[in-house]
Ligand binder design. Structure first.
Ligand code: HEC
Length: 176
């Protein structure tokens, strides 16, 4: 990650005190992801009107934010006052694998949302419980990873939400 290497000194000098702009920026981008995921979930649950343009906007926002995750946690910005656990630094490969995993699903969801029909169709709905090895941490070794582009949109959203939870349980400080 060139961008990461370049930002190390910068990040370290800003990390003291309030958390600095990098921390604020990533917390804002997390909130944006949460808002986007909630919008999509509510459209599928019928709690919010479905509109292809709004669905696409939310899926794009999720995808852009998920794609930026890896570079948002440079060394020197972890630990209090941020809720990012210092352990991220000792587990970069795992953290980055989670970020790439959610990125793949978000990418597929955004692609599909770009072609979304005027109403939610049956093939966009999840037909089976989302426990098919899509979750990175729960995956059995050797389990075949299904092609995200072939999964229903609602299923992709569930897998995305599982990745949010997996990463938080390991790398985000519990709220007091
Ligand atoms: C690869 C790890 C990872 C993934 C994936 C991830 N998060 Fe986070 N999230 C974090 C960490 C670490 C923090 C703490 C950030 C900080 O305080 O500096 C956080 C913080 C947050 C916060 C609190 C932001 C604030 O106001 O302080 C929200 C909300 C959030 N995440 C939502 C989500 C949602 C929704 C998803 C999935 C669509 C998601 N996250 C995916 C690691 C992740």
């Amino acid at each position: 990650m060139l961008a990461l290497a370049g930002s190390l000194t910068f990040a370290t000098s800003l990390a003291a005190g309030s958390g600095g702009p990098i921390v604020t920026a990533r917390q804002n981008s997390m909130k944006e992801m949460a808002a986007a995921a909630k919008a999509i979930a509510e459209m599928f649950d019928g709690k919010r009107g479905y509109e292809p343009a709004a669905f696409k906007a939310a899926a794009d926002a999720l995808n852009v934010r998920a794609g930026a995750l890896i570079r948002e946690f440079p060394q020197g910005t972890l630990g209090a006052p941020s809720a990012a656990r210092p352990e991220i630094d000792d587990a970069r490969p795992e953290f980055e694998a989670l970020a790439r995993h959610i990125g793949r699903f978000a990418d597929a969801l955004a692609n599909k949302a770009g072609k979304a029909p005027d109403g939610i169709t049956a093939d966009m709905r999840m037909t089976e419980p989302p426990m098919d090895g899509g979750s990175l941490l729960g995956k059995r070794p050797g389990a075949a990873e299904a092609d995200p582009e072939k999964m229903p949109e609602e299923h992709l959203l569930h897998l995305i939400l599982q990745d949010c939870a997996s990463c938080h349980s390991k790398f985000r400080q519990k709220e007091k």
